[in-house]
Every structure is written in C-alpha cells, then in structure tokens.
Design a protein around this ligand. Structure first.
Ligand SMILES: CSC[C@H]1O[C@@H](n2cnc3c(O)ncnc32)[C@H](O)[C@@H]1O
Ligand SMILES: [Zn+2]
Length: 432
C-alpha cells in the first residue's frame, strides 16, 4: 500500500469543529485510513500542514466549467439578455477543443482554490471528461438539453445525447466521473420532451439536474401556462425525486420548499451569479429550516466571475443575512457545511468529510497571513476571511494534485496559454 500523510495541521471534522490532527491516506484505494495523532512515521509521502488548516476538498455543486473562456466577456446584464445577446451566440461557435481547453482552465482554477469535485452541465461532454480525467478531479457531468429553438428532430437528438452521455461516461476516470440527465431548465425544454425522456433517464438510474426558479421569468410563464408553480410542474413530470438537484432555487415559495424537502431533491445555491445577474436572493435559511439539502455552486465563470468556493461561501453567508434581515441567518457553520458535505450530498457524491473510510479528497490552507490573524475561530476564517490563494495543497482520490501551490496534474502555463488562444479565437468567430 502506498501512503500519504498530511501532518502538523488543524483538521476540520465532519461536525464542523476543528482539532489538531494528522491525516493518513491510502493512495491506492484513494481512501482516508485515519485522522489522529502522530501518523507520519512511515508514510511514503508527506505533505506539511504546519500552521495550516486541512479541510475536505470543496464541492462545487453547479457549474459550466468551460465558460471560463467567456470570463469577463459579457458583464452587467440580466440573465435573459446575457444569454440571448451574448452567451448563446458565442457558444454556437464553440468547438470540442474549445470546451476541452476551457475545462482544463477551470480545472486548474479549481485545484488552485481547493475544489476537488464539481457538477457540470454543458455541451461536448466527452471533451470535458477528458480534461477532468487529466486534471485528476472528481465530477458529475451531464449534457445540457435545450429544445426551445429547435425543431422536433433536433430536440429529440439533443435529448438522446443527454441520455447517451449519462450512460456512456458514468464511471470513467477510475470512477471519478459520474453522470446525470440535465435538461437546461423548465422553460427552455418542451414539456413533451420531459415527458418522453425523463422516464428513460430514470431507467438509467442517474439523477436529474436542471436550473429552476432562477428568475421570475422562470416562474410566471409556467404558472400562466400550466396553473401550477414550477416545482409542482417538475414533480408532475417526475423530476422532483430523491437524489435530484436543482440549481438556484431563488424564487421558491413555501409550498415548493416543502415539496423539495419531502422528496429529497436538493438545491444548489449560487449566490454570486444570483447577485451579478440580479436574479434575486434565494431563501437559504428557510430551505435549511425545512430540511432541504442545500449545496453551494459558482455557476459559470462568465456570471461570477471566478470558480472559488471560498468566495462563494462568503457570498452565501452575506446574502443569507440580507435576505432574512437577520445577522444570525446562514452562519459560518452552515456555509462551511454547505460547501463540503451539503454540496456532496446534493450532487450525490460520497465525499465532503474527513474521517476514516471516506474518499481522500482534501485541501490544505496556509493560515500564516495577515488576513487570517488572529486565529480565534478557523470555521469563521473559512467562511469569511480565507481566499483561494491561501490553498497550498490539494488532494483528490488520494493523489496530490497540487503541492505547495505547484500544480502537478496540469502544466499551468500551457493550460493558460492554450485557453487564452482558444478564447480569443472563439470571440473572434462569434463577432465576425
Ligand atoms: C445547455 S448547457 C448549459 C447552458 O446554461 C447556460 N447558463 C450559464 N449560466 C446560466 C444560468 O445562470 N442560468 C441559466 N443558464 C445558464 C450556459 O451558457 C449554457 O448555454
Ligand atoms: Zn447554471
């Protein structure tokens, strides 16, 4: 057995308390062997965690990673204008290589900011899977299905691609890749296609993931056309079941929150995207109080504009207080839980906690900096003060992806250069 010891640090435990401990990992099995004292002695490799905090790898519950290519390309617009005027016309020019390079850039950013797992909805998913495999990350991937601008044949082809991706990529990268069936949203895919294809996705046994109730424009048309709230509409089409997860959930009423809680369907909260696109403030504390599993996601880099889960956690805590008018709402412990176990549970991955037998996905944050001094409360620091650049080591499935800020699984300079070139050429094609 090849072992890795992370020594000398403070460790964030599953009950969101911090204790002094080492972590011993079985690299062959990708599993944590022990969290305890003096575990370094005969490990094959050691990562120093002195003056550092060892946390579960962060889990980004909703993303479109390849959108790194459009970071800073179209800012300061509402969701509909942003998608229709800028993003969708540009995405129409994407090539499989673009998606690969954009995903590698996003993977690099995630490794550098301590994220070890994510859920992703996009196009050309085999190219995303290649980049995920190379980067050494863990992901739940799906093909985003949009039928609004398609004829019937194109719509069916798109939905079939959603099923094929879910079936064929599941288990790739030694099991680090899993899949889901991903209709884009309740207003961008026709009801007839949901009725036909959701049961087929159920037969595959994969979860269903979609954008829901992100803006009022995703609520009003459904209420007007079908006479029910969006979550009831989704439930009637078999899309609100145990293990399913929706992104955003900004404009949910009490009946919908109750429905999600009862069904075991999770919500991935994307606070930065919701603020930037002025979509609204999700009722996170009410969802938590009702027993809904809530995770946190960045959404794509074009509406955020980064993929740092530490930024996202801080945003979640801040907007949670603003939404309720209560400074005790969405406290530090809740956001730290949401960015680790909450997101992991939401997207159906058995990660997000540091304990014996758990997958060895973790991040080590350097605490020796002015903005993390003094160290009264490290959970508070994770939620409110830590930054992506504090992450010094990242480990996924027992493999060291970054050591002392040096990324091992990807060539950082090549990834940045190739992604920049792809992004420039993409925008050129879209504009000319
Ligand atoms: C069909 S693949 C995914 C699709 O979603 C688009 N997208 C990115 N961010 C958002 C968002 O916040 N709400 C809805 N759709 C979004 C992305 O550009 C792709 O076209
Ligand atoms: Zn999204």
């Amino acid at each position: 057995m090849t072992t890795l010891a992370i020594t000398g640090g403070q460790v964030l435990l599953p009950d969101i308390t911090v204790t002094r401990a080492d972590v011993l990992v079985d690299q062959d099995g990708g599993e944590i062997l022990e969290v305890g004292d003096d575990l370094a002695s005969d490990a094959d490799e050691t990562l120093d965690a002195t003056d550092s905090l060892v946390t579960p790898g962060f889990v980004n519950g909703h993303c479109h990673v390849a959108m790194t290519l459009m970071r800073g390309y179209a800012d300061d617009k509402s969701l509909d204008a942003w998608l229709q005027e800028d993003i969708w016309p540009t995405e129409a020019e994407l090539t499989p290589d673009d998606v690969y390079h954009g995903t590698r850039l996003g993977a690099l950013e995630m490794i550098k900011s301590g994220t070890t797992a994510f859920a992703d909805m996009y196009f050309m998913v085999p190219n995303i899977a290649d980049a995920v495999e190379e980067a050494g990350l863990r992901a739940r991937l799906g093909h985003g299905i949009v039928t609004v601008a398609s004829n019937d044949e194109e719509a069916r082809e798109d939905a079939r691609e959603g099923l094929e991706v879910a079936e064929e990529l599941d288990g790739r990268a030694d099991g680090r890749i899993s899949t889901a069936f991903m209709p884009h949203s309740l207003t961008t895919i026709g009801s007839e296609y949901l009725e036909e294809f959701v049961p087929q996705a159920r037969d595959l046994g994969v979860p269903i993931h979609y954008h829901a109730n992100e803006t009022t424009n995703e609520v009003t048309p459904i209420v007007e056309e079908h006479g029910v709230r969006p979550m009831a509409y989704a439930a009637e089409r078999g899309m609100v079941q145990e293990g399913d997860f929706v992104a955003h959930g900004v404009h949910l009423d009490e009946s919908e929150i109750g429905l999600l809680a009862e069904a075991g369907t999770s919500v991935v909260h994307c606070p930065a995207s919701n603020m930037k696109l002025a979509s609204g403030m999700a009722p996170v504390q009410r969802m938590l109080d009702a027993g809904v599993t809530v995770g946190i996601g960045t959404d794509g880099a074009a509406s955020n504009n980064d993929l740092s889960m530490l930024d996202e956690a801080r945003d979640a805590a801040m907007i949670g207080k603003l939404e309720t008018g209560d400074a005790s709402a969405v406290p530090a412990e809740s956001v730290v839980e949401m960015m680790t176990q909450g997101s992991a549970d939401a997207i159906g991955l058995d990660v997000g906690r540091l304990e014996e037998g758990a997958p060895a996905d973790l991040a080590v944050l350097d605490l020796e900096s002015a903005h993390l001094t003094p160290r009264h409360d490290l959970v508070s620091h994770l939620a409110y003060a830590a930054a992506a650049s504090d992450v010094r080591h990242t480990v996924c499935d027992g493999q060291v992806l970054m050591c002392d800020r040096d990324v091992r699984s990807l060539d950082e300079e090549a990834v940045r250069t190739q992604a920049s070139e792809a992004a420039e050429a993409l925008v050129d094609r879209a504009e000319n």
